[in-house]
Write a protein that binds this ligand. Sequence first.
Ligand SMILES: NC(=O)c1ccc[n+]([C@@H]2O[C@H](COP(=O)([O-])OP(=O)(O)OC[C@H]3O[C@@H](n4cnc5c(N)ncnc54)[C@H](OP(=O)(O)O)[C@@H]3O)[C@@H](O)[C@H]2O)c1
Length: 352
Amino acid sequence: MSHRSATTEPNEPADLQPIADPASIAPTMRAAVARRYGNADVVAIENVPTPQAGKGQVIIRVEASSLNALDWHFLTGTPYFLRLIAGLRRPKRTIHGADVAGTVVAVGAAVTSLHIGDRAFGESAGGGCAPYLATKAEHLVPIPEVVSFQAAGATPVAGITALQGLRSHGGTRPGDHVLINGAAGGVGTFAVQIAKALGAEVTAVCSTRNVDMVERLGADHVVDYTTDDFVPGGARFDVMLDNVGNRSAADCVSVLRPAGRYVAVSGPKENRWLGPIGHLVRTRFAFRRTDATFHQFTASSTPEDLMFLGELLASGQVVPEVQRTVGLDGVADALAEIGSGHARAKIVVVPT
Ligand SMILES: NC(=O)c1ccc[n+]([C@@H]2O[C@H](COP(=O)([O-])OP(=O)(O)OC[C@H]3O[C@@H](n4cnc5c(N)ncnc54)[C@H](OP(=O)(O)O)[C@@H]3O)[C@@H](O)[C@H]2O)c1
């Protein structure tokens, strides 16, 4: 059992809370719950049973979670094919917040990687919008001592997506010129900083209100898509990380160097059953006639990538851009903002 001292969180007094005695945890807890598919107005605050640790699981006292477009898709059950895994008639996942950072307060059988009192973060199958969450221990890694719960809780889904898109699929190398379309959202604000950490020159695309933010995050060049267009500008890129999917394949090919890599993180929500799948298939096909390559992926959290992100956080090379922090009462509004398609950076949830 390892208890951290107050000196581990010098910048964040709110993190300095005593570790709970598992036996003292109340049998019920307040949570932001959505029992049916719908928009943000189906989210309600309820008292629900506090989870217990099954085999291979730990109970985390959630100090910070954050919301992602992923949570919006699970909330609305769209595109509809998602319901094949999320629940056909009603959602299996009733508490949103896949991102989690907190303190281990109980461990189930067969858990050896984490102990009561450990600070840990990672991507869960939802549940961060509640004070306690049960998740597989293998989904979590320790939070470096100098990293706050808020920073760790803002990172997993968006940070993993940006990292895997740029490094694993885009093959970003030092000196590459990277274009990030959709640089102001959760994935984009991590991508700008991770691309810089990988040694790239970064051109970021966002709207007027976010230009200053992405410059501050390290972008070398910014294209305000409300007044400018990156396609006819003449710049050529080694990697295009596309968090929006609003351009034609011909446009994307035209801005890439001959061996350039187009990485599709997202696509237009053109079909309520299949979402962007048709667009992605057409784009993949169009790339077959070019020297550039098409890469589409679904991010999948690994302990190695989480630990790599933890190192970037600890070194200060990546500082999650947190737009605001909300309590449980603010979860519905935060989800609605993400559903608008114009959320700015990260919204952190402190589930009290
Ligand atoms: N493949 C995967 O595994 C994976 C993983 C995570 C997320 N995703 C998907 O990736 C997308 C981005 O995720 P996210 O978490 O970053 O979403 P987000 O936080 O909701 O951010 C969306 C951002 O898109 C920007 N945007 C909207 N229209 C734009 C345009 N025409 N040009 C440039 N930027 C535009 C908005 O900025 P402005 O307000 O400045 O317009 C906003 O900041 C979502 O569709 C999500 O579902 C995929």
